[in-house]
Structures are given as structure tokens and as C-alpha cells.
Write a protein that binds this ligand. Structure first.
Ligand code: ATP
Length: 363
């Protein structure tokens, strides 16, 4: 975790509509200074509109935006100390890397010698010193992305907004840039708000992740919190790969288990606050299912499919009309074959139980 200091950014009940489209709906969250904060959700969920609202490019219809304790809801863009890197890098193609970096400072009428010092400092930070004379068109995608970052960083923003900055890069470069961004964040204690639809990016970079849906936030937490205690089925389905297995059924009269197609699933402990006979969904992570040991009783199943992924294998089994996915070490899966009978054990201590009606977790 970054140092949880002052509140760098606070959005309270922000709303923004475009005609009948509610881009942002009662959106609230705080970001502590120095934090790497991720807005995570699929396309059209409102991530870009949120960033544009923070940057001052969008005026919200309702709510309040505070940056370091000051109200910026209806204030102009300038002076916020916020800089945004867009998904399309939007570099000046006819200018060298040096001049792309220098441009924002020239606009701010910073003295020439100071510009030169900061351009070189920024280039060093992004390992772009040998490329300063080149034009963007002659750089690789990753280098262009670093130039776009540099152009934002050179203004020394207090808050850096990144809108799906790695989308246009190939897989290897994305990996390198994730590490690069984390390094920059750590080294300079930047406050970052990072929008992405990519689960891996969100989990690997975010110290805190806001899971967005329909212009609002469903849950905010650390990667561990979202993984261990998803608030509802939406979050449960978005965090964790392969996805959580979902088994539908009805709650037993004593709240101590689920009656479902694969039989009675006893819970590790009785659930309070749930009605007997209520339709419910039990979620089980693929890593919380294993093969039964010798002589151990388990659920009768049949191997349906094996997906080897190096060290681990994703094994799909069929049991009682349901398909369950489990993750096994490669060594444990190597002797398995599709069609073979298997006995599997589900860990009741790791069950996640949700109301079928609302999708909310029952705790
Ligand atoms: N200027 C605009 N005019 C009309 N509708 C808009 C405008 N900006 C955003 N919207 C709509 O608001 C909703 C949220 O858009 P937004 O770009 O914030 O989503 P997003 O989560 O960033 O999506 P993506 O991952 O595809 O970039 C969408 O339905 C979008 O079509």
C-alpha cells in the first residue's frame, strides 16, 4: 500500500447524463494521496467520464468534486494539478520527442533552461534519453506510450489520470509497461487513478479497486478484499480467473446448507439473515475444489475437459448436471483424462453464498 496520507480526491454523489444515457449515477469515492486507485469495469460503464470529470473536461449535473480538499466541481481545468493520459496517445507527429515533452511547459511559459532540465529528467525517468530527437512515428508503440506519459508527468501533476493506457500495446509490452507504471508510482509517490476493463491490470496494479457498474460503484476494496469477500454476484463474476463456479439451489430450513442438483451442500456454519427455502447461489472458486484423497469421501463426478496452463491445469468436471471448474497443479492433473470418473471435494469454509433474487452476498 502507498502511504495513506491526505485525501487527494473525493467525488460525492456525482451524476452526469447525456440525453437519456446516465453516464455517471450517484458516483462516490475517495482516493488517498499516493494511492494507485483503479476504476474497473466493462465498456460504457462510465470510466472515461469519471476521469474527464476529475480533469474538468466534463461538468457534472449533480454532486461534488474535491481535489486536495478544495471544491473544483464547476471550476475551470487549469490549476487542478491533474493530468490525463488518453487511450490514444495523441502525440504531436511533426514534433520530436524532446518537443513533445517541452510543449506543455512552453505553453506555461517556463524558462528555456528549466524546460531543458525537466525534459532531460523526464526522459531519464522513462528511459527515453536516446530517443529525444526522434519523431513519434519512428517509435514503437510502447515508446510512444512512454512519451505520452512523459508529456503528462513533465507538468508534475499531483494526480495522474490514466485512461486504459495499455490497450493499444501488445501483450509483452503491456506486461513491461505495467511494471514501469508501478515503478514510477512507487518512486515518485504519485497519486494515480487508472481506468481499465482488464481484470489482470486491475488486480496486478491497483492498491485499491473500484468495481463499476452502470455509472456507479458496486464495491471498493483491495484486490484481496474483492477476491475474498465479493459483495455480490457481479463482483464475484468479475474478479478471479478462472471465474467462480456458481451453483443454484434453495437454502435448507436450518440455514445450514444448500439443496441443489449435485445434492446437499452443507455450509461450514449456519447463515443468519437468510430465509429457509430461499433461492440462493453458492459460489466456489476453482482453487477451492480438489480431488478426494484415497479413502476420502467426495462428490461423484466425471472429468469433462482439461486445459493445461503450464504449472496449473484447469479441470472441468460434471456432477449432478452441473459443470464445475477446478484448478489443480499440473502434477495432479497429468494422470487425468476426459470421461474418467473422479471424486471431488469442495471446501465449505470457502463458500460464498448469494441471494438469487438480488445477487447480494449473505454473510
Ligand atoms: N459526450 C458524450 N455524449 C453522449 N454520450 C456519451 C458521451 N460521453 C460518454 N457517453 C456515454 O456515457 C456512457 C459512459 O461512457 P464512458 O466513455 O465513460 O464509458 P467507459 O467505461 O469509459 O467505456 P470504455 O471502456 O468503452 O471507454 C456510455 O454509454 C457513453 O456512450
Amino acid at each position: 500500500m502507498g502511504q495513506a496520507g491526505n485525501c487527494a480526491l473525493s467525488l460525492a454523489k456525482v451524476g452526469k447524463s447525456y440525453g437519456s444515457v446516465r453516464a455517471l449515477d450517484n458516483l462516490s469515492f475517495n482516493v488517498a494521496e499516493g494511492r494507485f486507485f483503479v476504476l474497473f469495469g466493462p465498456s460504457s460503464v462510465g470510466k472515461t467520464t469519471t476521469l474527464r470529470t476529475i480533469a474538468g473536461l466534463v461538468a457534472p449535473d449533480r454532486g461534488r468534486v474535491e481535489i486536495f480538499g478544495r471544491d473544483w466541481t464547476r471550476a475551470p481545468i487549469a490549476g487542478r494539478g491533474v493530468s490525463m493520459v488518453f487511450q490514444s496517445f495523441a502525440l504531436y507527429p511533426h514534433l520530436s520527442v524532446y518537443d513533445n515533452f517541452a510543449y506543455p511547459l512552453v505553453e506555461e511559459r517556463v524558462p528555456r533552461s528549466e524546460i531543458d532540465r525537466r525534459v532531460r529528467e523526464t526522459a531519464a525517468m522513462l528511459r527515453l534519453e536516446p530517443k529525444l530527437d526522434r519523431r513519434p512515428g519512428t517509435l514503437s508503440g510502447g515508446e510512444q506510450q512512454r512519451v505520452a506519459l512523459g508529456r503528462s508527468l513533465i507538468r508534475r501533476p499531483r494526480i495522474l489520470l490514466l485512461d486504459e493506457p495499455l490497450t493499444n500495446l501488445d501483450a509483452k509490452l503491456r506486461h513491461d509497461m505495467r511494471a514501469e507504471l508501478k515503478r514510477l508510482h512507487r518512486q515518485f509517490g504519485l497519486t494515480v487513478v487508472y481506468a481499465t476493463p482488464d481484470e489482470l491490470e486491475a488486480l496486478s496494479m491497483g492498491e485499491e479497486i473500484a468495481v463499476m457498474r452502470d455509472g456507479g460503484i458496486v464495491q471498493i476494496g483491495t484486490p484481496d478484499q474483492l477476491y475474498e469477500t465479493p459483495r455480490d454476484l457481479y463482483v464475484a463474476g468479475k474478479i478471479g480467473s478462472p471465474h467462480m463456479n456458481l451453483i443454484r439451489g434453495t437454502l435448507a430450513a436450518d440455514g445450514a446448507g444448500l439443496a441443489c442438483g449435485i445434492g446437499a451442500l452443507p455450509f461450514a456454519r449456519r447463515l443468519g439473515g437468510a430465509a429457509a427455502g430461499e433461492a440462493a447461489v453458492v459460489g466456489i472458486r476453482p482453487s477451492d475444489i480438489r480431488l478426494a484423497g484415497d479413502g476420502e469421501s467426495g462428490l461423484a463426478a466425471r472429468i469433462a475437459m482439461l486445459e493445461p496452463l503450464g504449472d496449473i491445469t484447469v479441470v472441468s468436471v460434471e456432477a449432478g448436471g452441473a459443470t464445475l471448474r477446478m484448478v489443480l497443479p499440473e502434477s495432479a492433473a497429468s494422470s487425468l483424462a476426459p470421461g474418467q470418473a473422479a471424486s471431488v471435494v469442495l471446501d465449505p469454509a470457502r463458500f460464498h453464498v448469494f441471494r438469487a433474487s438480488s445477487g447480494q452476498a449473505i454473510t
